[in-house]
Design a protein around this ligand. Structure first.
Ligand SMILES: Cc1cc2nc3c(=O)[nH]c(=O)nc-3n(C[C@H](O)[C@H](O)[C@H](O)COP(=O)(O)OP(=O)(O)OC[C@H]3O[C@@H](n4cnc5c(N)ncnc54)[C@H](O)[C@@H]3O)c2cc1C
Length: 308
């Protein structure tokens, strides 16, 4: 027997989920926020300094996460430190089952489970992550102003990142394992005109070396296995991002990469299911876009609850 059907279930308490919670609270919607990790804040909990979120010239990721969480708590949502294991919908009602086997019922759901950067598994990569190795040029590029940066990858993201960094860094070295880039031809043409960009085709990243931070990369030729060492201040790995979509990929439409498709209104193909943050198919995955999605998702959910 169903005891209670609440208004909104928010899955994930990163910037998108916490923003959604603030907006849900202010709209008077009874809501639960599920988070699998002991601390809310999502990817920014483990981020060094954030320098591009409006209102803060520089703030530690952990501190920003704490501020987001404290703000969300004031909105009156019910926080549950539990992983959501399954979601289904019948007769217009969502059934959410958590890892503890508890079942709860909701009229709407906001999917805010985020995304994960793909790693290469190169030697030194894990050791120097956050110490010269980054997966986000738009987040960390400014730390390498007038320095040297290596970008690894051959898709749109890698080439866009290299172009972005070429305006900040003294030198950018782009490492791609194939001869041809997968990125749009227009982007590659633009990259090739940049005087401070060196493009190394047919090389893979073998190792990142350093003491307390990354200082050089060892690249290996895919044709003859010969290695070369290049000094660098930063290494940007841009080999893709994977959506955390297990709960939703079979109930709502995704793009080819598995991100849930929705416009700025955050409405997915399944009525009553909204998507916010990095999980949404969109060009820029940042705190500000996640927070904005959280607000839009609740706006749409509130309208759905009112009008059906
Ligand atoms: C190293 C790094 C540095 C970055 N630096 C910056 C920066 O300087 N500036 C900037 O704007 N952006 C930065 N970003 C990007 C930014 O962190 C993301 O865009 C933002 O966190 C996305 O928010 P989100 O809420 O969509 O997802 P996330 O932050 O990924 O949060 C998703 C949450 O959902 C939870 N979750 C997942 N599955 C479940 C489940 N089944 N049940 C319950 N909970 C679940 C996760 O535990 C997580 O807490 C950085 C990212 C990284 C990786």
């Amino acid at each position: 027997m169903i005891n209670e059907i609440m208004d909104v279930c928010i899955i994930g308490s990163g910037p998108a989920g916490l923003s959604a919670s603030v907006y849900a609270g202010r709209a008077g919607l009874k809501h639960v926020i599920y988070e699998k990790f002991p601390m809310s804040g999502g990817q920014i909990v483990n981020t060094g300094d954030v320098e591009n979120y409006l209102g803060f010239t520089s703030i530690g990721g952990f501190d920003l996460a704490l501020k987001f969480y404290e703000h969300a708590v004031k909105a009156g949502g019910i926080f549950k430190n539990e992983t959501v294991k399954s979601i289904s919908k019948s007769n217009g009602i969502f059934e959410i089952i958590s890892e503890k086997g508890k079942t709860e019922y909701f009229k709407t759901v906001i999917a805010a489970t985020g995304a994960k950067s793909k790693t290469l598994g190169a030697r030194g990569e894990a050791e120097f992550t956050g110490k010269g190795v980054s997966y986000c040029a738009h987040c960390d590029g400014a730390f390498y102003r007038n320095q040297t940066a290596v970008v690894v990858g051959g898709g749109d993201t890698a080439v866009s990142d290299a172009l972005f960094l070429s305006n900040l860094c003294r030198q950018v070295i782009v490492v791609h394992r194939r001869d041809e880039f997968r990125a749009a031809k227009s982007l590659v043409n633009k990259l090739e005109t940049k005087e401070n960009v060196k493009i190394l085709r047919g090389f893979v990243l073998n190792e990142i070396k350093g003491d307390t931070k990354a200082q050089s990369v060892i690249l290996k030729s895919v044709t003859n296995n010969e290695t070369q060492e290049f000094l660098t201040d930063g290494v940007f790995i841009a080999v893709g991002v994977s959506p955390v979509n297990e709960l939703f990929k079979d109930i709502a439409e995704t793009d080819e990469a598995g991100f849930l498709t929705a416009n700025e209104d955050c409405k997915t193909s399944l009525d009553g299911l909204f998507v916010a943050g990095d999980l949404r198919a969109k060009p820029l995955r940042q705190i500000v876009t996640a927070v904005s999605d959280g607000a839009n998702a609740v706006y749409s959910a509130e309208k759905y609850l009112r009008e059906g």
